[in-house]
Design a protein around this ligand. Structure first.
Ligand SMILES: [Zn+2]
Ligand SMILES: [Zn+2]
Length: 828
């Protein structure tokens, strides 16, 4: 390694220690100052930080330090999302207790984070597997239970055979477990749910009221909530009008084109309709085949739909015609009513199915001229639709619903794709669900004074199905809080997404013992002003946290409606075109990087290599470039420290065009960097601007030698160097803090105000003079302010656009109004 590198190891250790011992970044509520709550998504303590962590924490730290310098009271905390399956899997594989494994990992990662020199207020560290933490979500669970927002039911769930646990819909990605990538299967199981569907409308409405969130994330949330407006109505079974099939449709206007209807294979009406043993057998076989597919497979656009025609038929109430009835895999019991009317003319999926089964297709919307497609979903006028004919689609929808209501057949209806949040996990390493089952009283919530229900430590983890807590007799056997008799504890634990749904509130008063958080502190700090984390949480964590915050608000605990004012979703760190992973062998270890180049270089590179929302393609040359740049800054400041220290502080005087231009560059850089950070997180272009200023500084240092008076030169060097350190501070805090000290400053760089661009320096010292000939404007001339009159006259007379007007005439006199105009008076 080259020896001319600045001594980053010493410097970084020195300042990490100094910031820590001064508690420089401790956040204290102060209502007289504007607050800024800067938060990066807390990590799962896997044991090692990776480059993705370096990137997100460098972004958060940049914003936190920048806001400190802008005079904000900053809260920038860090903690650990400490429950979860890897700890349990490690325990099963290596026989180490999940608690031991987790706390050791936390110690390792905390040490690594400290080496990055992030401005965390470590006094506020929160660890979610601490009973002092999860106690409060057990309390909230009980309050949610009282309000019907938590409930237990038997349901068909997504089951990961490898993780041996239930997964929420949000945790199934393309039919696979979000964590281990195993194929997800179905199971009927009793479990606990949070009623997030009660908040569907509000969660959706607020998607339009959070301009600080990326549109992409809001779109994903809107789609996940999946609101659709339409109608619900009954189709009587032909010949058995006492049996009715309830269907939901977003297009009631197309009902005249309904040529068949479809039930989900699991629909309970199927059992009432299919009574003959031979048909039953066929139906059962079909059901079994469908049960082997995931919801994603069943509803995928690109695969053939499988259906089975039943003997029974239903009646289209709009036409009074009996139509075929099918069960088919593409209709889900979990959406709408589990049954649909099929309108192949205006629905592509129905069109495909109708062609496959040779069913009639009726067009109910007039196609545009030249239409050659299949199903038509565009605008148009209704046709073949009885009393709806001639109407446009929106009016026809309304008229169809009015008719259904008048006939007593149905109603307008809003449907959501969002399902309640299944929070039961059959795993050990999670927060116990605080209820017991008593043979007398049934399910009884634990008493508040008995909380927390502590997770027992003496547990055998085999990984062989079922909840490990069920095997811990001392945990399971308890007394009923109501009657005092024998009772059994619930042995499911809560989804770890419950812990991450409120940790940002706990940070506001992490040591508060009498409640989840201190009201005043939460009212002061919340909402989080800037949240930073990966796009992979677009629906999972971010939707749950929004929901949970609204629940806490409705319980009277917090006043905010939304937890996160603004969100920055950073891209991934990739190398050689792939996400860094052990299996691909393309991992860059942050520790190696910090050892070789220092944390400041690692941070600078990760901020410079790509705009934060884009993927960052790792590049060793880029790291070396960042290192060279910091060394270049270091060399300049150290070489000129004495000269700079001797110069007066404050605005520099500029006596020559060169010094004016240099000072303008300094202040243009301030304006650019500030704008890049504030406006759209363009950290990479901000760094480019500082690099250009450093180049200009080197150039000015050379050209000003011997040409500029020493005090003026030193003052300009000082203004430039200090500006560079201040602008670069939030990106690479250690080296800038050290150089700041070397320049003789007694107080931390990060207590200094962020520089502001001097408008006087930014204005170009030039004016435009109007050139007239005999009182008529003939041209314009750009000149230095207060230019010498003889020079102005000479330039005016020589001007290309003026000269033709002087041809054949004599100049009588030239009138110069300084900084405004020149009038040339002539005679023939
Ligand atoms: Zn899994
Ligand atoms: Zn009881």
């Amino acid at each position: 390694m080259s020896s001319d590198r600045y001594p980053f190891s010493e410097i970084e250790a020195k300042w990490q220690h100094a910031w820590e011992s001064r508690k420089q970044f401790r956040a204290i509520e102060d209502p007289t100052r504007p607050k800024f709550y800067c938060l990066e998504m807390f990590p799962y303590p896997s044991g090692r930080i990776h480059m993705g962590h370096v990137r997100v924490y460098a972004i958060g730290d940049l914003l936190a330090r920048y806001k400190w310098m802008r005079g904000f009271n900053v809260l920038h905390p860090m903690g650990w999302d400490a429950f979860g399956m890897p700890a349990e899997n490690a325990a099963i594989e290596h026989g180490v207790h999940p608690a031991v494994w987790t706390y050791e990992n936390i110690d390792n990662m905390r040490a690594q984070l400290r080496k990055m020199g992030i401005s965390y207020d470590w006094d506020r560290e929160v660890t979610t597997c601490d009973p002092a933490y999860y106690k409060w979500e057990q309390l909230i669970f009980i309050k949610m239970l009282e309000r019907g927002l938590a409930y237990r039911k038997r349901s068909t769930v997504n089951w990961c055979p490898s993780c041996q646990t239930v997964l929420a819909n949000e945790q199934v990605e393309a039919g696979r477990c979000w964590r281990c990538d195993s194929e997800v299967t179905k199971r009927d199981i009793d479990g606990w749910f949070f009623k997030i569907t009660d908040y569907a409308e509000e969660l959706l409405a607020w998607c339009d009221r959070l301009p600080g969130w990326p549109e992409r994330v809001m779109t994903m949330q809107r789609n996940w909530i999946g609101k659709s407006e339409g109608a619900e109505f009954d189709l009587p079974v032909a010949g058995r009008p006492e049996l009715k099939l309830r269907i939901f449709t977003t297009r009631p206007d197309t009902a005249f084109g309904m040529t068949y209807a479809v039930l989900a294979p699991e629909h309970p009406l199927v059992d009432a309709l299919v009574t003959e043993p031979p048909e039953r057998a066929v139906v059962e076989r079909f059901r079994a085949e469908v049960a082997r597919q995931s919801e994603v497979e069943r509803t995928a656009d690109d695969r053939p739909k499988r259906g089975l025609r039943l003997r029974a038929e239903v009646v289209n109430p709009f036409t009074n015609v009996a139509i075929p009835l099918f069960i088919a895999d593409y209709v889900l019991m979990t959406y709408g009513t589990g049954a649909i009317m099929a309108v192949p003319g205006e629905d592509q999926r129905d069109w495909d199915f109708a062609r496959q089964h040779e069913l009639p297709i009726i067009e109910t919307v007039r196609r545009p001229a030249g239409w050659t497609g299949e199903a038509y979903t565009g605008d148009g006028v209704k046709i073949n639709s009885g009393f709806l004919d001639g109407l446009a689609i929106p009016e026809a929808k309304r008229a169809a619903i009015d008719w259904l209501v008048q006939q007593g057949l149905g109603t307008a209806k809003v449907n959501y794709r969002l399902r309640d949040w299944g929070i039961s996990r059959q795993r050990y390493w999670g927060a116990p669900i605080p209820v017991v089952y008593c043979s007398v009283d049934g399910m009884v919530p634990e008493k508040e004074e008995n909380l927390p229900v502590v997770l027992p430590e003496d547990v055998q983890l085999s990984g062989k199905g079922g909840s490990p807590l069920a095997e811990v007799a001392s945990f399971v056997h308890t007394t009923c809080p109501k009657c005092g008799g024998k009772a059994r504890r619930e042995t499911d634990t809560m989804d770890t997404f419950v812990e991450s749904s409120w940790y940002f509130l706990r940070y506001c008063s992490p040591h508060h013992e009498r409640g989840m958080f201190e009201r005043q502190a939460a009212d002061y700090w919340m909402p989080v002003d800037q949240y930073i984390g990966g796009i992979e949480h677009a629906v999972l964590h971010l939707l749950y946290a929004r929901f949970y915050t609204k629940v806490l608000r409705d319980l009277g605990l917090v006043k905010v409606d939304e937890p996160f004012q603004a969100l920055l979703s950073q891209g991934m760190v990739i190398k050689d075109g792939a996400k860094m992973s052990k299996s691909k062998g393309n991992v860059v270890d942050p520790d190696d990087l910090i050892r070789t180049f220092g944390a400041d270089t690692a941070r600078l590179f990760s901020l410079f290599a790509a705009p934060p929302e884009k993927d960052l393609d790792w590049n060793d040359h880029g790291v070396e470039g960042a290192s060279r740049f910091l060394n270049r800054v270091w060399r300049f400041v150290i070489t000129h420290a004495e000269e700079v220290r001797g110069a007066p502080a404050g605005a520099s005087t500029t006596s020559t065009p060169d010094s004016q231009a240099f000072r303008r560059t300094i202040h243009e850089t301030i304006a650019r960097v500030t704008d890049d950070i504030e406006r759209d997180f363009h950290f990479n272009t901000a760094i480019s601007a500082v690099m250009e200023l450093v180049n200009a500084l080197y150039a000015f240092e050379t050209t000003s030698r011997d040409r500029l008076a020493a005090p003026e030169r030193a003052a300009l060097l000082r203004e430039a160097v200090e500006t560079i350190l201040l602008l670069l501070g939030p990106f690479s805090p250690h080296v800038t803090e050290e150089l700041w000290e070397q320049l003789g400053h007694g107080e931390s760089l990060f207590k200094h105000a962020w520089p502001s661009a001097d408008p006087a320096a930014l204005t170009r010292r030039e004016v435009t003079l109007v050139l007239q000939v005999d009182g008529k404007v003939r041209s314009r001339l750009m000149l230095d302010v207060d230019a010498d009159e003889a020079r102005v006259q000479g330039l005016a007379l020589a001007d290309d656009k003026v000269r033709p007007w002087l041809q054949g005439r004599q100049v009588e006199r030239v009138v110069v109004v300084p900084n405004r105009l020149v009038n040339i008076v002539t005679r023939s």
